[in-house]
Write a protein that binds this ligand. Structure first.
Ligand code: CA
Length: 222
């Protein structure tokens, strides 16, 4: 499940990103207002964590623009000030929940999960399909050719990421960043080992490796 973290404070972004990645979410981070606005509008996210004080364009304006443009992604607002007025403005602008700073990452995770559960009530949790893979996000289960396969949290994140990028090769370093939160050589090697392991659990041709471009799951029915 992809989450966008819109936060210009690097230490908070890293703390939150680490917590969410550890909980099995795929995390994208943006730190300036214009980038956040664009990414929230075009990217497909299960939820967005939005800091109100962003450089270039403030969070409330971004949120209003998203809602005006029909973006319905649940948004959890963060603010340094935590004033009542800001909170009211946030809800008026279309926020789904609100968390004043400072907060504990565990609390953010709990709020995010509650938000996703509420969002899931109005729309059934999607079961995604890509090629021979099926992903049940609610149950966090992966099937291959209709049979459930045993995957670790990291393997689950890797498959999710490739399914979201269907047909588009993802370089091993990108995968390392998304799956493990770092993009050094040892993380890259770990990704290669993970793909080899997943091929043994599924099929040798379940993951394509386009030399020089990266890994992908081809979206063709078996
Ligand atoms: Ca800020």
């Amino acid at each position: 499940m992809r989450i966008l973290i819109a936060e210009d404070d690097l230490s908070i972004a890293e703390l939150v990103g680490g917590q969410l990645a550890g909980a099995g979410f795929v995390v994208e981070r943006r730190s300036t207002g214009p980038e956040v606005w664009e990414e929230g509008e075009i990217g497909e996210y299960a939820a967005i964590i939005l800091d109100l004080g962003l450089p270039g364009m403030d969070g409330l304006s971004i949120l209003k623009r998203w809602r005006a443009a029909g973006v319905e992604t649940p948004v959890l607002v963060l603010t340094a000030r935590g004033s009542w007025m800001e909170r009211v403005d946030g809800f008026d602008a279309g926020a789904d929940d609100y968390l004043p700073k400072p907060f504990r990452p565990e609390e953010l995770l709990a709020r995010l999960r509650a938000l996703l559960r509420r969002a899931g009530r109005s729309a059934a949790a999607p079961v995604a399909r890509c090629g021979r893979f099926t992903l049940d996000e609610a149950a966090r289960r992966v099937s291959f050719d209709g049979k459930p396969i045993d995957v670790s949290a990291m393997e689950y994140r890797l498959i999710t990421y490739l399914m979201q990028n269907r047909g588009r090769p993802a370089p091993a370093l990108d995968l390392a960043l998304h799956v493990q939160g770092r993009d050094d050589d040892s993380a890259k090697n770990a990704i290669e080992a993970m793909v080899a392991r997943l091929r043994r659990k599924t099929a040798a041709d379940a993951f394509e490796n386009r030399r020089g471009f990266g890994y992908l799951i081809t979206d063709e029915p078996a």
